[in-house]
Design a protein around this ligand. Structure first.
Ligand SMILES: Nc1ncnc2c1ncn2[C@@H]1O[C@H](COP(=O)(O)OP(=O)(O)OP(=O)(O)O)[C@@H](O)[C@H]1O
Length: 250
């Protein structure tokens, strides 16, 4: 389990996260929602150790990782995969090299074994025979798939997704949503997804957490969330869905 306990993040006097608590259960898919700038990506950065909190503690499987050194965090990160907002592939490396990157860094495996794993992971995300292509030759949806293949190459127990459907058209977004669900069920990962995309959130997540003014206004299973009597939450849900249906300006 991942536990954020009494976490505060502040930049000078500007408080982004204000004593928040969050438990992410093993094997669940948690969606984190909230307005732009509310601190959603900050939560992912805290979990993967790219950022330290100003106060509070982060536990992973009962271990307090808050004060971990970079070397200690590297060990923790071996069990985590991250799909970044804009895929964040290395443009100068082929698709195969991108997916193999973590394997080459962390596993002493024969080249043939690495190639086999790369093919397997690319196959899992629905991409065959693309190892020799360069990222710039891929569509946005394909880049996201490669990014996911790279994230799962080391068979992580936790996958963090930052806006996985951002910039994709509705059909490609749904492809990625299905892939997130398939990946979760095949690898039994714990997944955390930061998104603005309400349709995606309701499709992939078991629970949803809504961040506002530095605190969680609501954390609930998705049916409870959808039926919340909180008008603000309803406006957020309906606003988001209306935007996706093109019924109001972004
Ligand atoms: N290094 C920094 N110095 C000052 N403020 C920062 C810094 N990094 C992030 N912030 C601020 O922290 C807030 C939260 O950022 P974060 O990226 O977590 O938001 P978010 O909810 O993921 O936003 P978006 O949906 O737009 O990606 C933002 O208002 C951002 O401007």
């Amino acid at each position: 389990m991942i536990r954020l306990q009494d976490i505060t993040v502040a930049y000078g006097s500007r408080v982004i996260l204000n004593h928040i608590n969050l438990d992410i259960r093993d094997g669940e898919t948690l969606g984190i929602l909230g307005a732009s700038g509310s601190g959603k990506s900050t939560i992912l950065r805290l979990i993967i150790g790219l950022q330290k909190p100003s106060g509070g503690h982060i536990f992973i499987d009962g271990q307090d990782i808050t004060g971990f050194t970079e070397d200690e965090m590297d060990q923790v990160r071996l069990h985590m995969g991250m799909v970044f907002q804009y895929s964040a592939l290395f443009d100068s490396m082929s698709v195969g090299e991108n997916v193999a990157f973590g394997l080459r860094q962390h596993r002493k495996l024969p080249e043939e074994e690495i190639r086999k794993i790369v093919r397997e992971k690319l196959h899992l995300v629905g991409l065959d025979h693309v190892e020799d292509m360069m990222p710039n030759d891929l569509s946005g949806g394909m880049k996201k798939r490669v990014s996911l293949a790279r994230a799962i190459a080391l068979e992580p127990r936790v996958i963090l997704y930052d806006e996985p459907t951002a910039g994709l058209d509705p059909l490609r977004s749904m492809d990625i949503n299905r892939l997130i669900v398939t990946t979760q069920s095949q690898l039994h990962t714990t997944s955390v997804i930061v998104t603005h995309d309400m349709e995606s959130a309701f499709f992939v997540a078991d629970r949803l957490a809504y961040l506002e003014n530095g605190v969680f206004r609501l954390i609930a299973d998705k049916d409870t969330f959808r039926d919340s009597p909180d008008e603000h939450i309803q406006r957020f849900i309906n606003g988001g869905l209306m935007r996706q249906e093109g019924r109001c300006a972004p």
